[in-house]
Design a protein around this ligand. Sequence first.
Ligand SMILES: [Fe+2]
Length: 296
Amino acid sequence: MDFEVRKLEGKIGAEIIGLDLDGELDASTIKSLNDVWLEFAILLFRGIGTSNERHLRLSSCFGELEVHPIESLRMKGFPEIIYLAQKKGDRDQMTFYFDGDPIVGRIPFHTDMIYTPTPNRGSLLRMVEKPTVGGETAWIDTAAAYDALDDEVKTRIANLEARYLFVTNLEEMRFGKEGKIELGNYGSVEYPVFPDVAQPLVWTHPESGRKSLCLSTVQLIDMVGMPREEGDPILASLVEHTLSGRFTYQHDWEVGDMMLWDNWRTMHTARGTPPGYDRVVHRTTMKGAHQTGRLL
Ligand SMILES: [Fe+2]
């Protein structure tokens, strides 16, 4: 292999060391990278994301890239790159109070596009402008969380589904709030309407066959076909288990770091920053043709 693999702290995810992104990557290196991605789900490439070209070169090793449906998010000249920025002085940012403190850009644990039947395959995020305070991102390996469940719980949840909705106002979250959330400024972005979606609580990865817990907390509403007084305690207990910290890796970014995640086996959270800090990240998205859920 043309690179080394080192487990990240907490044994969740791995760092890829010594990968040369200056030339074309050959087929055997690309195959090895995909094998490691499948094994660890979360990969760190430290410091080598120094240009859009390098970002795209690495992204394209992991599948066909998706162009974001919202045109304003696309970077000029690089339609496969999403530009995500928070800038000090921007009064239009969505802001929430978390336990009384105003935070910009925080998104609690979620799986991307969970509110559709076909969530995307994964993403590669690159730190372009690092804030001097905060701005970390954390991931949970939801296969590790599933593996750690008692056999009795695994049997009980094997065929259950949960209902998901597209949620932007975090006050409406029902699970996994990790504190008190109050709306500060909602911002002015208008979002499309998405119908309710049912997702199995247990996903089987189409490539590895590994099982994982699907619990995207931002959009998790309730259990399908079960009264809330019965379903809520099950969901709350699974969320508490998954968010316990035992299956989490949190990354304190440096400029040029890139993190790759398998969206079919992880949740992630943006921790955000206090108001008044600049943060810019670029993201690419790998398409996913695998259907996990169904429209309700
Ligand atoms: Fe996300």
